[in-house]
Design a protein around this ligand. Structure first.
Ligand SMILES: Cc1ncc(COP(=O)(O)O)c(C=O)c1O
Length: 415
């Protein structure tokens, strides 16, 4: 019961009514700027990434990164439940305090064997993996060569390391080579499969340049680990480059449908990393039931050749269908993006799809260049051909109704 002797402020706090202190201009201005740039320009006054309504049971959802449709798999759920039901105490602490025989280390050995690397380091997320790795391997004296479309977490990793970034043109190994010749030995960063456009890095050529000039190579395999390569071992493995690439990193929140990240590396590097990387020292490790879930997930993924085949086939079917409609796509994978261009055009596209009960993901700056916002469809192995046929039919309608233009094609807007 409320004590009426409390001062008004305390009473308001107990009721949850206290008004928060106001912000000084250096914060207020930033919030205003966000409002002006993201909220106000939109017809519904909501950021473009949010639609006008929520999907329902009949909606076609092409937003999830669960490419092999394994989220909620009974074996994965059970593995987590078994740990939660049997364990009384959970060590909640940083990975730096974990001894050699922990479940974390057992899973790291399994995932290293899976990817073909000597060792692996499990991290709290793909973001933590990339930022932690860059902080450890680079400093202000290290030139870092980065494909222009590489994921933001690696760009943030460069900032964390204090290194200088030398961006090279997307998927252009000869531009990379020119920069390396000019600035010297350093670190080369690419994604194996690009998360906005769905195209694949020319890994043999990129790693060839890195190797010739004695650079360290880091390949982010977030969107190819589990989906590509033998039993899902990834693209570096598929290209036979495992003994030339120093590190692969990956988010386990894509094909692994979990919440974690990994760095695959040499045994020697894995030994020292936990004592050097800030995310390992200053942020808590995964919990045991999460590790158990990931171990079960790895088993499902290894046995998932049928899922991978289905994903490959439906992805090809969808890409070919869109290409036949005149869409000009960069995609070579399960990520298929239609470029709207200006945000206002992508808004039209988003609304037209949503009206027809199709939900993709809008990508805009800072995830894309400002004038190249896009609608991304993430396919998964469980999607049916008749569902894709419906999406293709809608894309045909949209093309004619709103005059869609996209990647590399000229704008065709209805008069
Ligand atoms: C290529 C790539 N790397 C890293 C990440 C970050 O992964 P996480 O969501 O596990 O932090 C993502 C996620 O969007 C990604 O697409």
């Amino acid at each position: 019961m409320m004590n009426m002797d409390y001062p008004q402020v305390a009473r308001d706090t107990l009721k949850g009514n206290a008004s928060p202190p106001s912000f000084p201009p250096f914060i207020e201005n930033r919030l205003q700027e966000c409002d002006e740039q993201l909220f106000r320009p939109r017809k519904n006054k909501k950021p473009l990434v949010l639609g006008n309504r929520l999907p329902d049971r009949n909606s076609i959802m092409l937003q999830s990164n669960d490419y092999l449709a394994i989220s909620g798999h009974p074996a994965i759920r059970q593995a987590q439940l078994d740990v939660l039901n049997t364990q009384s105490q959970e060590p909640v602490m940083s990975a730096v305090f974990l001894h050699e025989n922990s479940e974390k280390h057992a899973f790291e050995r399994e995932i290293a064997a899976f990817s073909g690397f000597e060792s692996a380091i499990i991290c709290q997320s793909g973001w933590a993996a990339n930022v932690g790795l860059m902080q450890v391997i680079a400093d202000s004296t290290t030139p870092v060569y980065i494909d222009f479309f590489t994921h933001m977490s690696l760009w943030e990793g460069i900032k964390a390391s204090g290194a200088t970034a030398y961006p090279f043109r997307h998927n252009d190994p000869s531009h990379l080579e020119r920069l390396v010749r000019e600035h010297g030995q350093g670190v080369v960063l690419v994604d194996s499969l690009y998360s906005t456009t769905g195209d694949i890095s020319p890994l043999r050529e990129v790693i060839g340049v890195a190797t010739r000039y004695g650079c360290v190579s880091v390949v982010d395999e977030s969107h190819s680990l589990g989906t590509h390569g033998k039993h899902g071992a990834g693209l570096v493995n598929e290209c036979g480059l495992t003994d030339q690439v120093h590190f692969i990193t990956a988010s386990l929140a894509k094909a692994f449908a979990g919440r974690a990240g990994i760095i695959c590396c040499s045994e020697r590097f894995a030994k020292y990393y936990p004592y050097m990387a800030y995310p390992a020292i200053f942020s808590s490790a995964l919990l045991r039931h999460e590790i158990a879930g990931l171990q079960a997930t790895l088993a499902v993924i290894r046995q998932g050749d049928n899922r991978r085949k289905a994903l490959r086939e439906i992805s090809r079917y969808f890409r070919e269908g869109l290409a036949a409609l005149g869409y000009n796509l960069a995609s070579q994978s399960q990520i298929v993006a239609i470029e709207g261009g200006l945000e206002s055009d992508t808004e039209l596209l988003r609304d037209a799809l949503e009206e027809r009960n199709i939900f993709g993901s809008v990508f805009l700056a800072p995830a894309t260049p400002k004038t190249r916002s896009l609608m991304r469809f993430s396919l998964h192995s469980g999607i049916r051909t008749d569902e894709l046929d419906y999406v293709l039919k809608v894309c045909e309608e949209i093309r004619d109704d709103i005059g869609m233009w996209n990647w590399k094609s000229t704008k065709r807007r209805k008069a």
